[in-house]
Design a protein around this ligand. Structure first.
Ligand SMILES: *[C@@H]1O[C@H](CO)[C@@H](O)[C@H](O)[C@H]1NC(C)=O
Ligand SMILES: *[C@@H]1O[C@H](CO)[C@@H](O)[C@H](O)[C@H]1NC(C)=O
Ligand SMILES: *[C@@H]1O[C@H](CO)[C@@H](O)[C@H](O)[C@H]1NC(C)=O
Ligand SMILES: *[C@@H]1O[C@H](CO)[C@@H](O)[C@H](O)[C@H]1NC(C)=O
Ligand SMILES: *[C@@H]1O[C@H](CO)[C@@H](O)[C@H](O)[C@H]1NC(C)=O
Ligand SMILES: *[C@@H]1O[C@H](CO)[C@@H](O)[C@H](O)[C@H]1NC(C)=O
Length: 775
């Protein structure tokens, strides 16, 4: 899902202003971020402090107290308030203020097979069996905070059968509201809250015809992600029409869920299609989640457009405070791929997750009148009568007069002429408009079925849809073949067969085209994304108040649904983080991230290099360290640890500013690439650079490691020392990595080349990617 563009939002924005008490000047919600709370203060004292700061730029006490929306009082020190730009600028210049930035709406981008696939893949390589789940007691007593669109508590995936007591550290609440009372929390969903102030200031009062003012999920996204992390094993579930049938389970089925609803529908013709999540609301949720006692925060939320710098990024600020308390924060990389520099959630103290496929497909055959067979993909529950051919028409040849030629093939709403499509199979192309809405348009105009062709940009990656009529989706090559057949044939015709679920598809995993790619636009010395996990056609629980297509005119209701996006891959990593937290309660959030990254694989299940959907070999800008392997992550051998102070030092050099006013930046802070990160990224290398790293032995006892390196093209890699000896578990060892441009240069400047280095003791393999661009 994407947020509407600014040009659409702005008129609504001004409209809302006139409903507020402050019509005279342009005010908007700003977050004023002050770092950490110092000393023990009561919430009243904190609020008083925030008031007096605000009063210094306002005319009266009343105006100051009336302007505050949130006073962040637990861990994050700051507040959200209505300010003019001038007031915000004044505040941001004060010594105690780190930053003041507008609260914007973020997008919430958008399982039977995925867990089995991940663990099978690990098993098939002759490694130890996947025992991480049982060893980690399925994440029992680990609390995962979900910042998302809420939850559908009645789903069987959230049953608390056999789970007793709340974990001792839990301090949260079950906030009541529309269709949600305390009985909707249980020993599984141990808490739930909602945050809507910033949303309502922007869009006006929540419209209760399509949204619950409570933690209840009217969308489906939050229910899907929560059940992917921690859903119980529920047998015999499938999507509409019986697809992807099997046992649906989360990765940490005994972990506890704490729900923080921060994403709300964008008003419009299809209000539940797009969600938005406002910075000020999210920061309030972060502050509560940290105080409530969560161990892991999972947020499938991203930014579109230019990513904010760390001190003006609510998610980065929230995640930093979480990291200080060793809470693991896992975020989605975004769905803006495959173009370069599209990745979001760029702070090194969060885990940024790309998306890849699983070995499952939903094949349905298209038979053309000339006898040619084409393989499509669909999960539509409707079938076409297969005993005869149907006339086949390309949408462009069946539109009303006046539809512009650049969109006439796309089946946009009200574009098709009923007389020309009635009873026919209609070929529509992707491009603009929602995929499922194209099916709705064919149905509206009386068509019999849809064949949805990929535009060239989407290549061969086919997202499956639960269309409202028979149909299937085909690759761009196949769409072109069908177009050629239509053009060359006087009476083109086609049959569309029903779909079946196919397992064991190869190659898998494959990087999804939509998964956002590096490099990191805010800090090129930190490689993002960090890792990839399944995110294509994932089955998980759904909100029963939302239809599978989410369209207003679709009145079907489902308990489980297939969805694709880095929103779906992020909770897979959150679940593994929960298992690791259960296995290694003493590990820092950096150690948990390191364990997942250094043990990820860059090969597919056939043992070949991971590719993208076009067949090209993928690299660190696509998948970071590689595809997650939970069992390997439980025993990584060595970890790259980092502390809150390390992150603050990093911020000193990276953004040239403090993230916390109580921390003094040194005169010459270390280079940002010296942050003890499990990957190495160097941009504009001129001559040579040396980066330093420290590894901690988390193996059982003494160990001897040796290093090997794969050099990026045109760059030499020297690591010193080449051997590390550990006398015991917990011991740390330093080493340096020197990257040097070789005399002969074949790589154009600015292009990234990739390599890696790996420590091994014969049992553990601790791999780190290296990416370098040359000056
Ligand atoms: C909570 O709501 C349910 C219906 O969803 C109702 O049956 C129950 O009585 C309510 N419980 C309380 C404590 O209000
Ligand atoms: C709420 O949404 C419904 C359905 O989209 C719409 O008909 C109605 O006008 C909306 N109400 C308000 C107050 O905006
Ligand atoms: C699940 O389906 C199988 C096969 O269709 C059936 O034998 C079994 O009883 C079902 N189990 C449940 C819990 O519904
Ligand atoms: C399918 O079409 C055939 C004619 O080609 C017709 O005889 C048959 O009744 C149709 N089946 C259904 C289920 O409509
Ligand atoms: C189609 O072309 C018109 C101008 O001819 C342009 O305004 C519009 O954005 C184009 N639409 C798409 C989807 O490219
Ligand atoms: C590389 O460094 C050398 C010497 O320090 C300098 O003269 C040169 O301009 C640099 N090249 C680039 C592309 O930055």
């Amino acid at each position: 899902m994407r947020t509407a563009s600014r040009s659409i939002l702005l008129p609504i924005f001004f409209f809302v202003f006139c409903f507020t008490a402050y019509c005279n000047e342009q005010r908007r919600i700003y977050i004023v971020y002050l770092g950490e709370h110092k000393g023990l203060k009561s919430p009243q004292e904190i609020l008083k402090g925030h008031h007096s700061l605000l009063f210094s730029v306002k005319n009266s006490e009343e105006e100051a107290s009336g302007a505050i929306l949130y006073s962040y009082k637990h861990s994050i020190n700051g507040f959200a308030a209505l300010l003019t730009e001038e007031e915000a600028t004044k505040l941001s210049q004060m010594e105690e203020v780190v930053s003041a930035f507008p609260s914007e709406g973020r997008s919430s981008p958008h399982t039977t097979r995925s867990w089995k696939f991940i663990t099978q893949e690990e098993g098939s390589k002759g490694s130890e069996k996947n025992l991480i789940g049982s060893k980690a007691k399925c994440g029992k007593n680990v609390i995962v905070g979900m910042l998302d669109s809420g939850i559908w508590p009645e789903s069987e995936s959230f049953s608390d059968r056999g789970i007793r007591h709340f974990p001792k550290r839990w301090k949260g609440i079950c906030q009541e509201g529309d269709a949600f009372n305390s009985s909707h929390c249980n020993n599984k969903i141990i808490g739930a809250r909602y945050y809507v102030k910033s949303y309502e200031y922007y869009y006006g009062p929540l419209n209760k015809t399509y949204a619950y003012r409570s933690p209840r999920d009217n969308d489906g996204h939050g229910t899907h992600t929560a059940s992917t992390v921690a859903g119980r094993a529920v047998r015999n579930v499938s999507a509409l029409g019986g697809f992807a049938w099997g046992t649906a389970t989360g990765g940490a089925p005994l972990a506890r869920l704490a729900i923080y609803k921060v994403c709300w529908p964008i008003p419009g013709p299809n209000p539940n299609i797009e969600n938005t999540c406002f910075d000020a609301d999210m920061l309030a949720a972060f502050d509560d989640a940290i105080a409530d006692g969560v161990h892991v925060i999972s947020m499938s939320i991203g930014t579109t457009g230019e990513p904010p710098e760390y001190s003006k990024d609510s998610m980065a600020i929230g995640a930093l405070h979480a990291a200080k308390r060793d809470i693991v924060v896992v975020c989605s990389a975004g769905n803006d791929g495959p173009g370069p520099a599209t990745v979001t959630n760029l702070a090194p103290w969060m885990i940024t997750v790309g998306a890849s496929s699983v070995d499952r497909a939903f094949d349905s055959l298209v038979l053309l009148g000339n006898g040619v067979t084409i393989k499509g993909q669909t999960v539509t529950p409707y079938v076409l009568n297969s005993s005869h051919f149907y006339p086949l028409v390309y949408a462009r040849d069946a539109v009303h007069p006046g539809i512009p030629s650049n969109i006439s093939g796309q089946c946009l709403p009200n574009s098709l002429d009923g007389d020309k499509v009635r009873g026919k199979v209609v070929l529509c192309l992707r491009g603009s408009g929602l995929r499922v809405a194209k099916g709705l348009e064919v149905k509206r105009a009386g068509g019999a079925a849809i064949i949805l062709g990929n535009a060239v940009a989407s290549g061969n990656e086919i997202p499956v849809d639960a269309h409202v009529l028979p149909g299937t989706a085909v690759s761009s090559d196949d769409a072109i073949a069908i177009l050629k057949y239509i053009d060359a044939t006087r009476r083109p015709s086609a049959k569309v067969g029903s779909a079946r679920t196919v397992l064991g598809v190869t190659p898998a995993p494959v990087m999804a085209a939509f998964s956002s790619r590096g490099p990191n636009r805010v800090e090129p010395s930190i490689l993002k994304p960090d890792i990839t996990a399944p995110g294509l056609n994932i089955l998980a629980a759904w909100s029963e108040s939302s239809s599978p297509t989410k369209l207003e005119d679709d009145h079907r209701s489902v308990k489980y649904d297939l969805y694709s996006g880095t929103s779906m891959s992020c909770p897979h990593v959150s679940a593994v983080a929960a298992l690791l937290k259960s296995l290694h309660p003493d590990w820092s959030s950096a150690a948990i991230r390191s364990a997942m990254m250094t043990t990820a694989t860059v090969e597919n299940a056939r043992g070949e290099a991971l590719t993208d959907t076009s067949g090209r070999v993928a690299g660190p800008m696509d998948y970071g360290s590689g595809h997650i392997r939970p069992a390997h992550a439980s025993d990584p051998g060595l970890v790259y640890d980092a502390s809150y102070e390390d992150y603050l030092l990093f911020a000193c050099s990276s953004i040239g500013a403090q993230m916390d006013p109580s921390f003094r930046c040194p005169e010459t802070p270390p280079s940002p690439s010296d942050l003890n990160y499990p990957s190495i990224a160097v941009s504009h290398l001129n001559g040579s650079v040396t980066v330093r790293r420290t590894v901690t032995n988390v193996g059982r006892g003494p160990a001897k490691y040796r290093v090997t390196a794969t050099e990026p093209t045109g760059v030499s890699v020297h690591i010193l020392p080449q051997k590390l000896r550990f006398k015991r578990s917990g011991q740390r060892r330093r080493f340096s990595v020197t990257l040097k441009v070789r005399g002969r240069r074949d790589t154009p400047s600015g292009d990234y080349v990739a390599g890696s280095y790996t420590w091994s003791d014969g049992t553990h393999v601790v791999r780190s990617p290296i990416v370098v661009s040359l000056a």
